[in-house]
Design a protein around this ligand. Structure first.
Ligand code: PBG
Length: 340
């Protein structure tokens, strides 16, 4: 009997019959076999709105990003729409902060006013997503009301839930298309879902920040949103960066409560989490390329140490390759221009 290596096809098992470089030779073939494509349709641009008129205040650690008064926000969204960015995630910086973050629920609150202005100007052209959380509205900077019931000053989970639900209903009434609760409270998706349904908004989806880590990468954002915690940190509600199985439990619970899209945040240091979530659940996944990830690239680019465009496209492609269907990124405007 002939030895298997005597057959003419035996070398099909490997080199030199198989040469993976063959598919890299012709540029058109490289394009044919590309597995991951970045498009503007999958990008979401975060924007910060504040009271006043004619205000366009650059955020020092996030060059090219501004705190905008509503008139300037309307212009900014118009310019982004013209470039090809269609989805926006709104954060509000209110005039007034208190212990309960009550201005978040005000029908005349900053985000509610911004939603109405944008809806009036752009109708359905702009997809308006709202961050649903209290850290921008509370004077202590935590993501809801506080309690000392356990002997340790901490976020009062169950007392915050109805407030969060009210905030969402108020944003839906003002014209929001999609809710993005970011507070990492137990039961938040269920509370929001039932409040929206009761108020006649059963068609509005929830994009839950299900696996949100207690991360140093949010530093520049907290300057942007004027929302740093005034004491302690967010480790009693946001996740430990060391954990991965726990992220799957968070996602599973949010899906059971009715989450439509699952967010993993930050993105770059958590690509493994994105991949696990996608593989395990097969649901729409969003990743948030957060402020610190943006600032690092910007700073290095300004020093001339890296090629910004190349690095940004590589980072965002890697986030998609890891399993994200959509990416929240401060680079959205640049990227749609680069992709043209
Ligand atoms: C909370 C919220 C934060 C971010 C988005 N939503 C900050 C936090 O949890 O401290 C961070 C986004 C970023 O860093 O770009 N409302």
């Amino acid at each position: 009997m002939a030895h298997s290596s005597d057959f003419p096809g035996a070398r099909l098992g490997g080199f030199p019959t198989i040469r993976l470089r063959r598919l890299r030779h012709h540029p058109r073939v490289r394009h044919l076999i590309r597995e991951t494509t970045l498009t503007g349709e999958n990008l979401i641009l975060p924007l910060f709105v504040r009271p006043g008129r004619g205000i366009r205040k650059e955020i020092a650690s996030m060059p090219g990003n501004y705190q905008l008064s509503i008139d300037c926000l309307v212009e900014e969204v118009g310019a982004a729409l013209d470039l090809g960015v269609h989805s926006f995630l709104l954060f509000g910086i209110p005039t007034h902060k208190d212990a309960a973050g009550s201005s978040a629920l005000d029908p005349e609150g900053i985000v509610q006013q911004a939603l109405r202005a944008l809806r009036k100007q752009y109708g359905d052209r702009a997809l308006l997503i709202t961050d649903e959380c209290f850290c921008e509205y509370t004077d202590h900077g935590h993501c809801g009301v506080l309690t000392k019931a356990t002997g340790r000053l901490d976020l009062d989970n169950d007392a915050t839930l109805p407030l969060l639900a009210q905030q969402c209903v108020s944003h839906a009434q003002a014209g929001a298309d999609l809710m993005a609760p970011s507070g990492m409270l137990d039961g938040m998706v269920g509370a929001i879902r039932s409040a929206l349904d009761t108020a006649g908004f059963s068609h509005i989806p929830i994009m839950s920040y299900s696996a949100k880590y207690a991360s140093g990468f949010y530093g520049p954002f907290r300057e942007a949103a004027e929302s740093p915690p005034q004491f302690g940190d967010r480790s009693s509600y946001q996740m430990d960066p060391a954990n991965s199985d726990e992220a799957l439990r968070e996602v599973e619970l949010d899906l059971a409560e009715g989450a439509d899209i699952i967010m993993v945040k930050p993105a770059l240091a958590y690509l493994d989490i994105i991949r696990r979530v996608k593989d395990r659940f097969g649901v729409p996944v969003a990743a948030y390329n957060v402020s610190g990830e943006f600032a690092m690239v910007k700073a290095a680019a300004q020093k001339g140490w890296i090629d910004e465009r190349r690095i940004v496209l590589e980072i965002l492609t890697s986030i998609k390759r890891a399993g994200a269907d959509m990416i929240v990124t401060y680079f959205a405007r640049d990227v749609v221009q680069w992709l043209q």
